[in-house]
Write a protein of this length. Structure first.
Length: 318
């Protein structure tokens, strides 16, 4: 995904949101140091915050109101990022989530702490409906995290599980960001729903693209150059699911769940994904992108409309 095409005013408002997020995290300097040293949060583009701010511009835009929405969604996203990192790390070495102790005590507490910060920030939002939207999003994130995709086959089940994961982990946040921003700006119920539909479809497209990029050969070269031929299990992406379905011999399915891939096996898996899975995943991504733009087309033209349109058009996995 390319750099977001943001206006000067939106950039300035995002800097205000960023300052709030950092202020909340730095409330306890010792804890903040632990967060940065043990997790290294880099919440790259503040995409969800930008969605909240832009959605609010379809109503009565007041930064003093929507800034708490934008800060809340980014703190929730940071907490989810930490918890997802823990779960993803565990999934690389186990086929199912098992009972028993996990060796992730500090990151787990950090994720919980960030959720607590998000809850405190949420209390500053002036409309309880936005709080309900965020609560539902956190529930969806948790549900998705507890039901990981454990196999790229059979095809129909794997694809449904994958899309449910993306819907819970990412699309729910994009939808919540858009809806909550619209709510505090006093938008109509119809517009709130439209912006939620836009955000949800955009989140689906975005995560499919992100997962696809993570599975490209270039992302695995660092491990190979460092002698890590015995690699972790392949992340289950939509492209991998399609490629497995296209493999009549089942070798790809076997290797995709193997925890000690050699460099040669990794290269073969990458080649299969590129040749037999990526185009189909790209079609699905483009379909969700078209769905997001269709929802957006129901709103009146405006500067915010144009920015959201450009926002969506930055997503591309080609």
């Amino acid at each position: 995904m390319n750099s977001l095409p943001l206006s000067a005013q939106l950039t300035a408002d995002l800097q205000t949101v960023e300052a709030i997020v950092q202020q909340r995290i730095n409330t306890k300097p010792i804890v903040a140091d632990v967060i940065r040293s043990r997790v290294g949060l880099q919440n790259e583009r503040r995409m969800r915050a930008a969605l909240s701010l832009l959605a609010a511009q379809f109503g009565q835009y007041q930064l003093q109101k929507v800034q708490h929405v934008a800060s809340t969604i980014e703190l929730i996203a940071a907490a989810a990022q930490v918890h997802n990192t823990i779960i993803d790390s565990y999934e690389h070495n186990h086929t199912t989530i098992q009972d028993g102790p996990w060796p992730h005590g500090v990151p787990l507490m950090i994720g919980d702490y960030l959720y607590a910060l998000a809850s405190a920030e949420m209390a500053l939002i002036p409309d309880a409906r936005a709080i309900t939207v965020f609560s539902e999003a956190v529930k969806r994130i948790t549900e998705a995290s507890l039901t990981p995709v454990t196999s790229p086959e059979p095809f129909e089940q794997a694809k449904a599980d994958y899309l449910d994961q993306v819907g819970g982990r990412t699309a729910s946040l994009f939808a919540a960001a858009s809806m909550a921003g619209a709510i505090v700006a006093g938008c109509s119920n119809d517009d709130i729903q439209i912006l939620g539909d836009f955000g949800r479809a955009l989140g689906m497209a975005y995560q499919i693209a992100q997962d696809d990029q993570a599975c490209l050969p270039s992302t695995n070269q660092h491990a190979a150059h460092n002698g890590q031929g015995a690699s972790k299990r392949k992340k289950i992406s939509l492209a991998l699911i399609y490629a497995v379905a296209a493999d009549p011999h089942g070798r790809l399915a076997d290797l995709s769940t193997k925890s000690d891939l050699t460099q040669a096996e990794h290269a073969w898996v990458d080649q299969q994904i590129l040749q037999f899975g990526r185009e189909a995943a790209q079609r699905d991504m483009q379909s969700y992108l078209a769905e997001s733009l269709k929802a957006l087309s129901k709103l009146p033209p405006s500067a915010a409309y144009n920015e959201l349109q450009h926002f969506a058009n930055t997503i591309d996995i080609r």
